[in-house]
Design a protein around this ligand. Structure first.
Ligand SMILES: Cc1cc2nc3c(=O)[nH]c(=O)nc-3n(C[C@H](O)[C@H](O)[C@H](O)COP(=O)(O)OP(=O)(O)OC[C@H]3O[C@@H](n4cnc5c(N)ncnc54)[C@H](O)[C@@H]3O)c2cc1C
Length: 184
């Protein structure tokens, strides 16, 4: 970015980054807008967080609006963002555990990028995290992240077909056991 005009104008910056943080009118419920999170007091029919969470995870209230295929870090990021925007999202992962996509790589693997480039939304790596993450430590972090962000992840489940659509309640997604392929 030249500081003036003309071929001899000195450069002030080589790279300029712009990122979209938030949409006006669709501000995310975080910081001062965070969810209240609890109904205080005892009353008939009161449900605990665990009961509510189990229903959400099993889609007891109805189908998800968005199905994300695979629970790699890309999927976890998208699912966390959609959750904050109030979009019902299901992540379907064929491996038995979140993070297995890293656990299953070669045993000496350590990330090549330093930790400060690797943060996921809303929950940065702890300040005492090593500069370079060993693959199994990273895998465990992804599993903790999915839990802390309350993401609905079905592991041990494979997506084997489906359609995409913008119209509500018209899409279809086939998923089931990676071996049996039976399921919803
Ligand atoms: C050896 C190696 C070292 C790397 N080192 C680095 C590094 O140091 N720094 C860096 O930034 N990047 C590194 N990368 C690249 C990085 O791992 C990838 O860019 C990243 O994993 C892509 O993330 P993703 O979420 O898009 O997909 P993936 O991590 O590939 O995850 C996809 C997930 O989808 C699941 N899946 C796929 N199909 C289905 C289906 N039909 N149904 C259900 N589940 C399904 C898979 O099981 C998998 O868990 C490395 C990659 C490798 C292989």
């Amino acid at each position: 970015m030249p500081a003036g005009t003309g071929p001899d104008a000195p450069w002030k910056a080589w790279t300029v980054l712009t990122t979209l943080d938030e949409l006006k009118g669709f501000e995310e419920p975080s910081g001062p807008r965070r969810a209240y999170g609890v109904d205080h007091g005892e009353f008939r029919g009161r449900r605990s967080w665990l009961e509510w969470r189990r229903d959400e995870q099993s889609l007891a209230g109805g189908d998800a609006a968005v199905v994300v295929v695979g629970a790699g870090q890309g999927a976890l990021t998208v699912a966390a963002r959609l959750k904050q925007l109030g979009v019902d999202t299901l992540v379907v992962e064929r491996n038995p555990r979140v993070g297995d996509n890293w656990r299953n790589r070669y045993r000496s693997l350590v990330l090549h990028d330093p930790v400060w480039y690797d943060h996921l939304p809303y929950l940065s790596f702890p300040v005492n995290w090593p500069v370079f993450s060993p693959k199994d430590k990273l895998a465990d972090w992804f599993e903790s992240y999915a839990s802390a962000m309350e993401l609905n992840v079905w592991t041990g489940t494979e997506v084997f077909g489906g359609t995409t659509t913008m119209a509500p309640s018209t899409g279809w997604c086939g998923c089931g056991s990676p071996t049996g392929r039976s399921g919803r």
